[in-house]
Design a protein around this ligand. Structure first.
Ligand code: ADP
Ligand code: MG
Length: 452
């Protein structure tokens, strides 16, 4: 083993020489490779973290033989060669690792994201049912709950869960063809094939979607209503379902609440199992944060988890975003993570409107924008009705929403007489008593000034 380790650089250089490898290829693929160990007559070579899994299969197919031959020539010993990702290194520190990682074409074609697995999915009362349904489908795809329909609001873990199903299936059964697509991907594929308009483009589309063992469609609500896409999806669904191939669907709502959903889809979506994901409760939110914190080597105070979890409640993506923000904030400022720091880092997230103080100037600008005129028009002496009313609205809102004095308000609207403000205020108040429309207008403008 030491022989190879000591001569590692010379081995790589010999390969470069022998096989006429260009500088750029050498730098990109060969130079970063490091020797790890030898198990069962196999040399394990580590591919650095910066490289993707894709590189693993590439390097493996292109360079494996170069290493084998060169090492054999240099040292007169035949070894098998195996490439491993840096992150998987630990698995090879034992001597009983039998087979090298093989490039799995099904995995490469599946569109699955390997970061979303069951291991990293925290189960709470909000998602327990969806999680167990997902696991059941992962264990016996196509056999039960077909289709599996998962719905829930944004950022609650639908995408994570369905990738987990796909990853689980391929890991346990590498021969299965799994395909994950967002409904956007699917729509684009349909549009492309229509645009080409050839029978081969059509059959390519069908080949892609109708020959899989597991089809995962994320956010199906965006397909519904798009005529041709919906039609293609309908036939794909029927072909797969009648062949007992697994179909997994997510949506923002249950089928019964999807207003524009045609009956033929509704009934099909209801053939299998429908599972919802709700907003996580406090304990689950803390557990999700703790799970995420495992990625950092620093110990993080419970207080911090509690602070985030009690302030961000309805979206796990935001919950994670807040946590990442605090970590980054501490790192950037090179300070310890404390609750005070968390409060500081998250003040815009947790109190987005606090800093937006209501002033007469902001009222002036918002009213002008609402009526599609300029603040200068409001401040001007022009007496046309299209300016008079907005001007009075400004006076009304300034009196209602600020503590500013009458003379200050009259200045804002380009006057120097505080009775104008009193009159303007009264006018709008009267309008509001008689006109539903004026009431609505004021309500809308107020919402723009103080978003809740
Ligand atoms: P959705 O598809 O419902 O909008 P995602 O699956 O994209 O939501 O989830 C948003 C983020 O929250 C992702 O980073 C995901 O990993 C994380 N997440 C959601 N639910 C959980 C959970 N139960 N455990 C761990 N992480 C979760
Ligand atoms: Mg999603």
């Amino acid at each position: 083993m030491d022989l190879i380790r000591e001569n590692w650089t010379s081995i790589k250089e010999a390969i470069k020489e022998e096989y006429n490898i260009t500088d750029i290829s050498y730098k990109t693929w060969v130079e970063p490779l490091s020797f790890y160990n030898i198990t069962d007559n196999t040399i394990n070579i580590v591919i650095s973290k910066e490289q993707s899994h894709h590189a693993l299969s590439y390097i493996s197919s292109k360079y494996k033989n170069f290493f084998k031959v060169t090492i054999s020539e240099m040292f007169g010993v035949d070894y098998d060669i195996n490439f491993i990702m840096e992150n998987d290194k630990d698995d090879y520190s034992h001597h009983d690792i039998p087979s090298p990682i093989n490039f799995n074409e099904n995995y490469e074609n599946s569109n699955l994201d390997s970061k979303y697995k069951f291991d990293s999915f925290v189960v709470g009362s909000n998602n327990r049912f969806a999680h167990s349904a997902a696991l059941a489908v992962a264990e016996s795809p196509g056999e039960l709950y077909n289709p599996l329909f998962i719905y829930g609001g944004p950022g609650l873990g639908k995408t994570h869960l369905i990738h987990s199903i796909g990853n689980y299936i391929i890991e346990n059964n590498p021969n299965k063809k799994v395909l994950y697509v967002t409904s956007e991907d699917f729509t684009n594929d349909v549009i492309d094939s229509i645009r080409h308009g050839t029978s081969s483009s059509m059959s390519e589309l069908r080949e892609k979607y109708r020959t899989v063992d597991v089809l995962i469609i994320d956010d199906v609500q965006f397909i519904i209503g798009k005529e041709s896409t919906q039609e293609e999806f309908f036939h794909t669904f029927n072909v797969l379902h009648s062949a007992n191939k697994a179909i997994i669907i997510t949506s923002d709502k249950p089928p019964k609440d999807m207003v524009t959903l045609e009956e033929r889809f509704r009934s099909r979506f209801e053939w299998g199992l429908i599972a919802d994901i709700q907003v996580p409760d406090y304990e689950t939110r803390v557990a999700i944060l703790k799970k995420q914190a495992e990625k950092f080597d620093k110990k993080i105070d419970d207080e911090i988890f509690q602070y985030i979890a009690s302030n961000i409640k309805t979206n796990i993506r935001e919950l994670e975003g807040a946590f990442t923000k605090i970590i980054a904030f501490a790192k950037l400022n090179n300070v310890e993570l404390t609750k005070e720091l968390a409060e500081e880092a998250l003040k815009d997230v947790i109190y987005p409107n606090k800093s937006k103080e209501v002033t007469c100037n902001s009222i002036l600008n918002t009213v002008a924008e609402h009526y599609n005129i300029s603040p200068e028009d409001i401040k001007s002496k022009k007496r046309n009705a299209e300016f008079v009313i907005p001007r009075q609205v400004v006076m009304y809102l300034c009196r209602t929403l600020t503590e500013d004095s009458l003379s200050y308000i009259s200045n804002i609207v380009g006057k120097n007489d505080h009775t104008t403000v009193i009159n303007g205020y009264k006018k709008i108040k009267e309008y509001m008593e008689t006109s539903e429309e004026m009431n609505k207008t004021i309500e809308i403008i107020m919402k723009k000034i103080i978003p809740s």
